[in-house]
Structure formats: structure tokens, C-alpha cells
Design a protein around this ligand. Structure first.
Ligand SMILES: Cc1ncc(COP(=O)(O)O)c(C=O)c1O
Length: 718
């Protein structure tokens, strides 16, 4: 097949670093590549990249589980030698513990693990180090990388390269080669250590050696560098010669004249005989390596790497208020359906519904093409019609009340609690009349409404008015949330619960939604309203006589194969198998998403808890919220800045915020058609003056969250 993906899958950690991105570039046509980055989001044409916090075993597990690689090249590391010395704990987290987690995660998997180590594991005294020489790092960077090697050694058949590299970066950060060139190009004098020797290899030459090593499936520890060595002073002079700059700009200097935080070895040149023999390949000399670097420069590689499609963008530049997290597994799941016979009305829909129902603890689930459609068919299934009244919260997206209006019912708004921002049970109690057909409590931001109280009130009012009042939970913000240890969606306190799978929600199907219920009769109606009001179930036929061949006067076992009946006025609200395959794949990651959301929420809570002008959300003890939104109440008057300016100031720093919600009863459509107005729900209106939803989504890094915190506190203090 022309467009078939390469069979093997290669996962590269540290893809935003010099080696990681060069390897991704080199291997992009040979393997299906997934690159993992932490805080620097990177896009590389031809490969998938995704965020992964290497210090979080769940995050690693998730990426590996989702992609299912056959090879991993583990480049992620803290490589700044002085930073490692200053913050040993951070260096250990990344260089040792993250490596341990990675190894543990793939312990029983048939995955080839390749670890990029360093020449700094040697002490740089005797030089010409071979792999059997004693390891004796002079600094913490070398020590932590060696400890990383020991972790990797626990994985069968693993491969370790000790190396020193230079190359073209895709980041604005300069690699050593680029630093030398930039200085020489602008005629600046540079110093080179004349007493520090190494055998630094060009990244793409190193990539070639790795490529061969993979194909030959070698394992063990190998030095990889150039076949000869030179001092860093000579290295810079060679650069100047090769690129045609003035070599006199380079001056010799001694390492001893410099006071680095970390000690450094002086003679770190590597003996590469073992690798050359093992892979039967001649590694380049320093001159050849610099020439390759130069040739790639002439062929425009630096520009290619730095072009937009290869470029790195600081992820904080793109901190939206919410967004989906799609990985390779999700994409593959969709591709699989596209290759299958049924892209809609096939088996994935039932599979998705079954998974949702089982997770929430409901008997039935009916998946549809949006949360709005789900609300609409829930109202239809409740028999909603003109003259009926529906009570809901004003602090919601317009869909929560529009669904009633679609059925020609009359929307009624009950005010919210100033603490939870959810509709008050007392308001529901006050507003139920003999015409009330449904109550739609909205679990705002993920926190459940007081369902026990609402349930009791509604059932008592049913008795009082001798009528049926349906409770339809709008759980569009609350997949994964619990109330009194029951999952939202269990319908323990309601007739139906609705969820949305819009991309900002907990899991996504692009667009999509579901209605959950324990009631078989409602379930059957929901199924019909989802698809034109049509049924093919003989027991539901209104004119069964038309359903059978004339010859089958008494035998009613074989319905005419084409026969169906439209028994209601339904809609085409069907969801596709393509969407449900995505939903199923997303669903496997819901626990990870939930955990990550909670981690960010905790970070925000800690940061904002002691500020007089900022109020973090209150969490009711009865609820365990899977936060869809994190809403701050900010006293804009006290800090003397309007919300619009506050938001645009954050926007300028690359942080998107939102306002959830403009009270629905103040929307012109409702004011004009239903006579609602400002003043009708004072709590919701007061809340609206102060609320601001700040970014929250699972692929946010801690650095992203810290940036959000920093910028908000900065503006507040101004
Ligand atoms: C509370 C609430 N209800 C209903 C909906 C409608 O869901 P959808 O966008 O999937 O139609 C949304 C969507 O944002 C929502 O937030």
C-alpha cells in the first residue's frame, strides 16, 4: 500500500532537545515516530508529538500504552552540567527516577530500549576511554546519567550510548556548534579550551550509527563519538576553517581559568572501537563530522529544522482555557474504523455506550451527536410539550434551557448557591407548579448539585400535583465526578443524565453526547428520537399488518426485510462509529485525565487560597468533582481593573481565559420571548460579575499552570 505506515514504531523522549529532534527528523520516514516533550511543545512534520511529564509514571505509562512502540530512544534528560550540580534533586528526578519509571513501565514488554548517556561518566584523566574503563564521574550530571544507565541495564537487551554531540537545533537555544558559528559570523572573539579534549560527533552521524545498531539489534554499553579527538580550542578553529571564518578569532584558554559550578573532566575522548566492530561501520573523524554539519548547513537543514513545521513553540504561548488531548492511540482507533466496513451505525456505538453505562453505573446509554441533542431527546423522551414548564439553572450554557424551548415548553430559572454556583434546591421547591414537566439540574464546572434534596423535593411535588416530573441531570461538565460515592450518570437520583463530548470536556468524540438512564421505557424512546422516530422492533409497530408478507397470515416470525415504522417525530442525531472509536480510546485515559486535572486544581488552590481579591472554588464534602472548569471569583473592583482588561492582559501573555456563564435568563432571546430579566436571579448575576475560568486541561504542564498563577497574581498586585 502506498501510504502504509512503517511497521515499527519508534518513541523518542526529549523530542524538544537537540538530539531528540534531530533523531525524530532522521527517523521520520523509517519508522512511525512519536516524540515526547515536557514543557516545550514541539511540532515536527511527519511525526506525532505529545506532552509527557517524564517525572510522572502515569504520564509515561499513558504515552507508552497509547502508542505501543517497538523501540524507545530515551533522550530526555537534564543536560546542563552546572544546573545539575546546583539542583541535584531535580537532576535525579529527570536523569534517574524518570529513567527508572520508564524501565519499570516496559519491564515485561518486548520493546528495544536505547539510552543516551554521556562521556561525562568518565573522569577525563587518562583519555581514550573504552567501555571497560572505570566509571568515575566528576560531577552530578555524569553521576546521575550513570545511575540512569544502571536503571536501563535492568531491561533485557537494552542499549546504552555514551556520547558527546553537536548539531543544528530546532530551538532558538544554541548548540555548541551554533554558538561558535554565530560568534564567528559576527566577528566576535571566542575562547576555546586548549586543555579540554573530546570526540564530539555530529547528531545526524550519531543517528546513522543508532540506525545501524537498531537494525543489527545489538545490546550493551557502547561509546559513540568520532574516531579521533581534539581540544575544544582546535574544534572551534576547525569550524572557522570549514565555514570560511577568521580562525584568529579563536583564542586558547584553560579550563582551570574558569570557575564552573560543576567540575569537568579534561580529557574525555572516547575509544569507539567496540561499537565500530560490533556494527561493522566506520564512524567519522572530527573533520568528517564537521564537514557533514557544514554540508547540511549548505543544503539548508538549519532553516528546514527551524521552519514552522519543525519549529518549537513554547507551550505557554498556547495556554487555552480548555482543550482536548489526542494521542497516537486515538488516531489509530479512528483510522481502524475508517478501514472497516461500517463508519456509522456499526459496532463501535454500542461498544461506547456499554462502556459509558458500565462506568457510570447506569443500565442504558444512548450516544448521540452532541450534548445538546442528548438534552433534546431527553426532553422528548420525557414527553415535553407546549404548556409544560422546565426548571433549570441560569448559570449554564444556553443548551440546558434551549432543549425545553425546542419542545415548546416554558423555561423557568432557579437561582444558584453563592458557594457552589449550582441551582439551589430551595429555588426548585419554590418554582415547581402543576405544569412542571422537568427539572434540569446542571452540575456546574463538575461539582454535582445537591441531588438528594432535589430528588426528595421533586418526588414530593409529584405527589402534591399528581403529575410526573422528570429529573434530567445536565452532567455535561461532570463525567467522572461523584456525588455521595455514586458516579454522576448513575441516575440514582434522576430519570436521565446527559453528558457532552465536546473537545473541552473530559473526553471527546469531536462533537458528541450521551443520555444515560435506568428506565427501559425511556431508553426505547431515546433510541427512537435519536433516529427520526423510526423503529424496526415488531413489538413497537402501530400497524403490524403492514409488516408481514400477505402469505404469513398467522406466522409473525419473519417481518418484511425492508419494513420499519416512523412512530414519532425524531431527528437525525446519530453519532458515527468514527466518533465512538475515538470516544472509546479517550475513555481508557479518563482516569489519567482526571488525575491530571486534580493535580492542576490542587496547584491552583494552593496558589490562590490566601489572596483577599481572589476566591478559589469551594468543594462540597458530598462531591468529588472531576473539574471541567476552574472558576475564580475575582474582585475586579477592589483591584481596580476591569475584567475585559484583565483577560486581554493575560491573553497578551498567551493565556486564554473565559467567562462561564452570562446568566441565561439575561440573554435577549429569553428576555424577549419569556419575559425574564436582570434581577430575577441575583446570586447568578452577582457571580457573573466576578467569575473567570482559567486554563484547565490534562495536557497542561506544571510550568503552564505556574505561568497562569504567576501572571494572575502579577496583574492582581499591580
Ligand atoms: C452545561 C452544558 N450543557 C450542555 C452543553 C451542550 O453540549 P454540546 O456542546 O455537546 O452540544 C454544554 C456544552 O458546552 C454545557 O456546558
Amino acid at each position: 500500500m502506498a501510504n502504509a505506515l512503517p511497521e515499527k514504531k519508534l518513541l523518542i523522549t526529549g523530542v524538544s532537545g537537540l538530539l531528540g529532534n534531530n533523531l525524530a527528523y532522521y527517523f521520520r520516514d523509517k519508522y512511525e515516530v512519536l516524540g515526547l516533550y515536557n514543557s516545550n511543545s514541539v511540532t515536527i512534520r511527519g511525526i506525532r508529538t505529545e506532552q509527557c511529564d517524564m517525572c510522572n509514571p502515569d504520564s509515561i505509562q499513558n504515552s507508552i500504552h497509547g502508542f505501543d512502540p517497538s523501540i524507545i530512544i530515551h533522550c530526555a534528560s537534564l543536560a546542563n552540567v552546572d544546573e545539575c550540580e546546583k539542583d541535584k534533586s531535580h537532576a535525579r528526578d529527570i536523569n534517574v527516577l524518570a529513567t527508572r519509571s520508564l524501565v519499570e513501565c516496559i519491564a515485561d514488554k518486548d520493546i528495544k530500549l536505547i539510552y543516551i548517556s554521556t562521556d561525562s561518566v568518565y573522569d577525563g584523566v587518562k583519555g581514550d576511554f573504552s567501555e571497560t574503563d572505570t566509571v568515575n564521574p566528576l560531577n552530578y550530571y555524569g553521576r546521575s546519567k550513570y545511575e540512569g544507565e544502571l536503571e536501563v541495564g535492568k531491561k533485557e537487551n537494552s542499549l546504552v550510548f555514551r556520547t558527546n554531540i553537536f548539531g543544528w537545533n530546532i530551538q532558538d537555544k544554541e548548540s555548541i556548534g551554533e554558538w561558535i558559528l554565530n560568534k564567528l559570523e559576527s566577528n566576535q572573539q571566542i575562547n576555546g579550551f586548549s586543555d579540554a579534549f573530546f570526540s564530539s560527533i555530529y547528531t545526524l552521524e550519531f543517528a546513522r550509527a543508532i540506525d545501524i545498531a537498531i537494525r543489527k539489534d545489538i545490546s550493551g554499553i557502547y561509546n559513540c563519538g568520532t574516531t579521533d579527538s581534539c581540544s575544544k580550542y582546535e574544534f572551534a578553529k576547525k569550524f572557522a576553517d570549514c565555514f570560511g571564518f577568521d580562525r584568529n578569532l579563536v583564542s586558547p584558554i584553560s579550563v582551570d581559568d574558569f570557575s564552573f559550578t560543576a567540575r569537568r573532566g579534561k580529557t574525555l575522548n572516547l575509544n569507539v572501537t567496540r561499537l565500530q566492530e560490533k556494527i561493522n561501520y566506520k564512524l567519522p573523524t572530527i573533520d568528517q563530522s564537521i564537514e557533514s554539519f557544514y554540508r547540511d548547513f549548505k543544503c539548508g537543514l538549519p532553516e528546514t529544522l527551524k521552519q514552522k513545521q519543525y519549529s518549537i513553540t513554547e507551550s505557554p504561548g498556547f495556554i487555552s482555557y480548555g482543550r482536548q488531548r489526542i494521542d497516537e492511540h486515538d488516531i489509530q482507533a479512528v483510522i481502524d474504523v475508517l478501514h472497516s466496513d461500517r463508519i456509522t451505525q456499526g459496532p463501535k456505538i454500542a461498544e461506547f455506550e456499554k462502556a459509558l453505562a458500565a462506568y457510570c453505573g447506569a443500565r442504558y446509554a444512548v450516544a448521540v451527536n452532541s450534548g445538546t441533542s442528548a438534552l433534546h431527546i431527553a426532553c422528548l423522551a420525557a414527553g415535553m410539550k407546549q404548556g409544560d414548564e422546565v426548571i433549570t439553572s441560569p448559570n449554564t450554557f444556553v443548551a440546558s434551557s434551549n432543549c425545553a424551548v425546542y419542545c415548546s415548553a416554558h423555561p423557568v430559572f432557579g437561582d444558584i448557591s453563592p458557594e457552589t454556583y449550582n441551582i439551589l434546591p430551595s429555588e426548585i421547591e419554590k418554582k415547581i407548579t402543576g405544569q412542571t414537566r422537568a427539572v434540569i439540574p446542571v452540575h456546574f464546572a463538575g461539582q454535582s448539585c445537591a441531588m438528594d434534596a432535589i430528588h426528595t423535593i421533586v418526588r414530593n411535588k409529584e405527589k402534591k400535583f399528581n403529575t410526573r416530573i422528570f429529573i434530567i441531570e445536565d452532567g455535561c461538565h461532570a463525567l467522572g465526578s461523584s456525588y455521595r460515592d455514586k458516579k454522576v450518570g448513575s441516575c440514582f437520583y434522576s430519570d436521565m443524565t446527559v453528558m457532552s463530548f465536546h473537545p473541552v470536556k473530559h473526553i471527546t468524540t469531536g462533537e458528541g453526547g450521551v443520555v444515560l438512564t435506568n428506565d427501559e421505557a425511556l431508553y426505547k424512546r431515546l433510541i427512537r428520537f435519536r433516529s427520526h422516530g423510526i423503529t424496526s422492533t415488531p413489538g413497537d409497530f402501530i400497524y403490524p399488518d403492514n409488516a408481514y408478507p400477505p402469505s404469513a397470515l398467522t406466522d409473525r416470525s419473519a417481518v418484511n426485510p425492508w419494513y420499519y415504522e416512523q412512530v414519532d417525530l425524531g431527528y437525525n442525531y446519530r453519532i458515527t462509529d468514527i466518533q465512538c472509536a475515538l470516544g472509546l480510546s479517550q475513555f481508557t485515559k479518563l482516569p489519567f485525565f482526571q488525575k491530571r486535572r486534580r493535580e492542576i486544581v490542587n496547584r491552583y488552590n494552593r496558589a490562590f487560597q490566601d489572596n483577599d481579591c481572589i476566591h478559589p472554588p469551594l468543594e462540597s464534602r458530598e462531591c468529588d468533582s472531576n473539574f471541567h472548569l476552574y472558576v475564580l471569583l475575582i474582585d475586579f473592583d477592589s483591584i481596580g481593573i476591569e475584567r475585559a482588561r484583565f483577560m486581554s492582559e493575560l491573553q497578551r501573555q498567551g493565556i486564554q481565559t473565559q467567562v462561564h456563564y452570562i446568566p441565561v435568563h439575561t440573554q435577549p432571546y429569553y428576555r424577549i420571548n419569556f419575559g425574564t430579566d436582570w434581577g430575577h436571579c441575583p446570586n447568578a448575576e452577582a457571580y457573573y460579575q466576578k467569575c473567570l475560568s482559567i486554563p484547565l486541561y490534562p495536557s497542561m504542564t506544571d510550568a503552564d499552570a505556574d505561568k497562569v498563577i504567576r501572571e494572575i497574581l502579577r496583574i492582581v498586585k499591580q
